[in-house]
Design a protein around this ligand. Structure first.
Ligand SMILES: NC(=O)c1ccc[n+]([C@@H]2O[C@H](COP(=O)([O-])OP(=O)(O)OC[C@H]3O[C@@H](n4cnc5c(N)ncnc54)[C@H](O)[C@@H]3O)[C@@H](O)[C@H]2O)c1
Length: 331
């Protein structure tokens, strides 16, 4: 018997919603059924574009539509309540990053998911970007020797006028550039190297033109086996940059995230062509579908995503107190 098509509802009709709807449309086995947003102008536009029903209240959507999958593409402070509500109604979850505001909120989502026996994929997009997948395979092959250190740098105008205000309100977003974009870097470093953060120190600055969140941060961290890494992020005015350099005993890799991958075996960097060209959002959806059909784990589990939030909490603790944070003792 052919597999039944699963109905997908998206909660949140904001900036990222279209990428979700396009990927749902491209995934055989999924069909979008509805969208919810408190801004009925936004949800109405999406509903017209994709030929689906719009709701203002996400609870009403879930109770009436009974979707198989709920996509949580909402402000961070709503992730926990919506994920738990959808899980309690039996929906599998495509949950946008960062997973939630705190480790304890992540635990509530994990518990609700366990009780409902649903699949959850947390949208850490870094895992699905073609150049990142290629970089990970080179790291795993060992061809560049032993990994020695990593430096990750991101510069973007974080306080631009079109950024929704909730991103700049600590209560609603969980933090500024470090919570929103720093979590991408924490995830990228851990996932690429298949290691976790063991300890860190961090500092942050608060000179944003609006809101109460940090506008820059610097993190020095060590992975399980002592490999050191720096994450440097600035959201003030300047030249945009999003680069991760991995330094080995036999060469270097440079990732310009979402754009290109470069390799050096001793000379200047040479550009590598990424072989995998599928859209990252489509890869996320096809992975979730496989996990639902096979009743298996997704490629980005809530337990993994909880760990990213644990590191972020340690970053803020260190920035506030000035002290080193140990996440894991050396075994
Ligand atoms: N994976 C990625 O690379 C990536 C990129 C961008 C955003 N994101 C994540 O996606 C999520 C959404 O981000 P965004 O940029 O689309 O934000 P956004 O502000 O553009 O969209 C959020 C939407 O939620 C709606 N909303 C607010 N409260 C609501 C409620 N109670 N009920 C229903 N709707 C409500 C708003 O009206 C808005 O349309 C965040 O978790 C963000 O971090 C991920």
């Amino acid at each position: 018997m052919p597999n039944e098509e699963l109905r997908v509802a998206v909660l949140g009709a904001g900036a990222i919603a279209n990428q979700h709807f396009d990927a749902i449309r491209a995934t055989e086995g999924f069909a979008a059924c509805a969208v919810a947003d408190i801004d009925s102008g936004k949800s109405g536009e999406i509903a017209r574009l994709y030929g689906i029903k719009a709701y203002r209240d996400y609870r009403e959507l879930i109770e009436q539509e009974r979707p198989d999958v709920a996509v949580i593409a909402l402000p961070h402070f709503l992730h926990r309540e919506t994920a738990v509500f959808a899980a309690e109604h039996g929906c599998h979850l495509m949950l946008e990053k960062p997973m939630a505001l705190s480790v304890s909120e992540c635990d509530e989502i994990i518990e609700a998911g366990r009780k409902a026996d649903i699949r959850i994929l947390v949208g850490h997009t870094q895992h699905y970007i073609a150049e990142n997948i290629l970089a990970k395979s080179i790291i795993e092959s060992g061809e560049l020797g032993k990994l020695v250190m990593i430096q990750d740098a991101r510069h973007t105008n974080y306080f631009h006028e079109s950024r929704p205000q909730w991103f700049l309100d600590k209560e609603k977003s969980g933090g500024g550039i470090l919570a929103n974009l720093g979590t991408h870097s924490i995830d990228k470093i851990q996932w690429l190297t298949d290691r976790t953060v063991r300890k860190l120190t961090a500092s942050a600055s608060y000179y944003g033109s609006r809101g109460n969140v940090e506008g820059s941060g610097m993190i020095y961290l060590e992975l399980d086996d002592g490999v050191p890494a720096t994450i440097v992020q600035s959201g003030y005015l300047g030249a945009p940059r999003n680069e991760t350099e991995l330094i080995f005993t036999g060469g270097m890799l440079k990732l310009v995230t979402g754009e290109s991958l470069w390799i050096s075996r001793g000379g200047n960097y040479e550009k590598l062509g990424a072989t995998e060209s599928a859209n990252p959002f489509e890869l996320q959806y096809s992975d979730l579908l496989t996990a639902i059909r096979n009743h298996s784990e997704t490629s980005c589990t809530p337990e993994y995503a909880r760990n990213v939030i644990a590191v972020l909490e340690a970053v803020y603790r260190s920035a506030e107190t000035g002290s080193e944070q140990i996440l894991r003792r050396r075994s």
